[in-house]
Design a protein around this ligand. Structure first.
Ligand code: AMP
Length: 177
């Protein structure tokens, strides 16, 4: 069975969570399956291999679940992008609009060196606003986006289109069209 089919079987869809109209994709059944979790990290690493990546950036908080393992497997630094107020050091911030209101992500100012090529990872791509905010932070520090890599792409929301301006590939293991 393909990894896409295996993942589909292990993503639990919860309708109207956290609010009406949203079909929440719960990845905890993947995490509960060590073999499948390893396959996820291996597939993401396979994608990253030829891209000369210098660091993995994981987005708070589900981007940490596979992101840290991916960095370890590739023997690369793992950099966290966190929600406002969580990082203790000197940070830069980027705010972006949500359906209702706005959110702010932060990164440590010294987390990326100018010219470093990074892979930006989150568990899921929806509209792309979150990944875009992470990309802005990386670019503000002088980093280059080598690629975006997700476990799930809600392709019907066209998030990848909103990331096109970074001229980086947008990779995912499971698409919902
Ligand atoms: P977006 O900024 O719209 O691309 O949303 C992506 C972020 O929100 C990721 O951090 C996801 O974990 C989370 N997210 C958005 N939509 C869903 C969904 N339907 N199921 C699970 N997580 C979601």
């Amino acid at each position: 069975m393909s990894i896409e089919d295996l993942l589909k079987q292990h993503v639990h869809e919860i309708r109207d969570f956290p609010k009406p109209g949203i079909s929440f994709k719960d990845i905890t059944p993947i995490l509960a399956n060590p073999e499948l979790s390893k396959m996820v990290v291996t597939a993401l690493a396979e994608h990253a291999k030829s891209l000369n990546v210098d660091a993995i950036v994981g987005i708070d908080s589900r981007g940490f679940l596979f992101g840290a393992s991916l960095a370890r497997l590739l023997d690369l630094p793992f950099v966290v992008v966190r929600k406002k107020g969580k990082l203790p050091g000197e940070t830069i911030a980027h705010s972006y609009d949500l359906e209702y209101g706005s959110a702010t992500l932060e990164i440590h100012r010294n987390a990326i060196q100018p010219g470093q090529r990074v892979l930006i990872h989150d568990d899921l791509l929806a509209t792309g606003g979150t990944a875009k905010a992470a990309a802005e932070l990386v670019q503000q520090l002088g980093g280059e986006i080598a690629t975006f890599a997700f476990v799930i792409d809600l392709a019907f929301l066209n998030g990848s289109a909103s990331l096109q301006s970074y001229r980086a590939s947008c990779f995912s293991l499971l698409r919902y069209d």
